[in-house]
Design a protein around this ligand. Structure first.
Ligand SMILES: Nc1ncnc2c1ncn2[C@@H]1O[C@H](COP(=O)(O)OP(=O)(O)OP(=O)(O)O)[C@@H](O)[C@H]1O
Ligand SMILES: [Mg+2]
Length: 327
């Protein structure tokens, strides 16, 4: 069994707005093993990006880790140590974002941006960095790379730019790649190509992937395991097949029902009624109770624990309280 590359231990992240503190992530515990592909899914505002930014040590200024911690490759990551995070970012963990245009420097040729990553983190010479960068550009499926190397971001299509971002993220052979909605801005065909590329990169380089998406369909293409988040909590965590075939949490079931599928053609898509509560509106009890078709009085008043419902299946729901064991 591969060892844990990343471990989040009972992490809480809270925003301070004025004199008030609002927890945005609570009791976040999960592991990513070496080479594993893990998805995080949930609607807008559930805390997916905040989770990934925590792992990169890039929380917004108004947010802080108020409990728990992060262990990366066996080392505890001190939240308040920019040097510690700076040393691992790009080298051990890299990230690609939804909008590559905002992450790339518009004034620098794209090839050079990849080469600079190599020079910064691998201490290689300029010609060697250029050689590695063009090699990486070929690996991520770009063609005519000699010419492309000197192109500026605005000369590239969205799909090509996302490939450049992936090349930049992978040039230093990180152990973990975090991809936050990497295909949301792309059309469906290009989206499928980028997802194939992520899967292929995971196979060929062994880089573990943490893929964030609000779309279970995207996650199913790439990931072995899925973590479902709701209102700042992990509500379910299981192998992708189990989640798709036997979802346990009513929220996961709702997400699945709202996936488009051949059998639903011609019918309007299902949407879960209601919406994710804003930070200031989070109450005691189960955070999903107000939208849950199975909610009881207990759910309104008592927050469920994350239970181990089966060997590789965790769920945070009172429906499973008798068959599960708190973790
Ligand atoms: N800078 C900020 N200041 C205050 N609240 C914030 C800030 N960034 C995020 N939040 C809040 O934290 C919660 C989690 O946000 P996060 O960005 O992690 O959601 P998400 O799951 O990534 O959503 P999306 O699918 O829209 O990207 C939300 O309630 C959001 O409003
Ligand atoms: Mg997000």
């Amino acid at each position: 069994m591969a060892s844990a590359l990343l471990e989040l231990q009972d992490m809480e992240v809270a925003f301070t707005i004025g004199k008030k503190t609002y927890p945005a992530l609570q009791q976040i515990s999960f592991q990513v093993k070496e080479g594993e592909t893990v998805g995080i899914v949930g609607e807008s505002g559930c805390g997916k990006s905040l989770t990934s930014l925590s792992v990169m040590g890039l929380l917004p200024e108004t947010a802080a880790m108020t409990k728990g911690g992060i262990v990366l490759d066996g080392k505890f990551m001190e939240p308040a140590s920019p040097e510690r995070w700076g040393a691992v970012r790009g080298k051990q963990v890299s990230m690609i974002f939804q909008n590559p245009m905002s992450a790339l420097n518009p004034l620098m040729p794209v090839g050079k941006q990849i080469a600079e990553m190599a020079m910064t983190h691998l201490s290689v010479s300029k010609p060697e960095a250029k050689r590695l960068a063009t090699e990486m550009m070929v690996k991520v499926g770009l063609s005519r790379v000699e010419r492309l190397y000197d192109d500026y971001p605005h000369q590239l299509s969205g799909g090509m730019m996302q490939r450049i971002m992936i090349a930049m993220a992978l040039i230093c052979s990180p152990k973990l790649l975090i991809a936050d909605e990497p295909t949301t801005a792309l059309d469906v065909t290009i989206q499928a190509q980028i997802l194939d590329l992520l899967r292929e990169m995971n196979r060929s380089t062994g880089t573990a992937i943490l893929l964030i998406s609000h779309d279970l369909g995207v996650i199913r293409e790439v990931c072995d395991r899925v973590i479902v988040m709701y209102a700042g909590y992990i509500v379910e965590d299981a192998p992708v097949g189990d989640i798709l075939d036997h979802p346990k949490h009513p929220y996961t079931a709702g997400l699945l029902q709202s996936l488009p599928g051949a059998d639903k053609r011609g019918r309007p898509l299902y949407t879960i009624p209601g919406r994710v509560p804003a930070l200031a509106d989070r109450r005691s009890g189960c955070p999903f109770a107000g939208r849950c078709p199975s909610a009881t009085d207990l759910c309104e008043s008592v927050a469920p624990d994350l239970l181990q419902a089966a060997a590789h299946h965790r769920v945070r729901c009172h429906l499973y309280a008798n068959g599960g064991r708190a973790v």
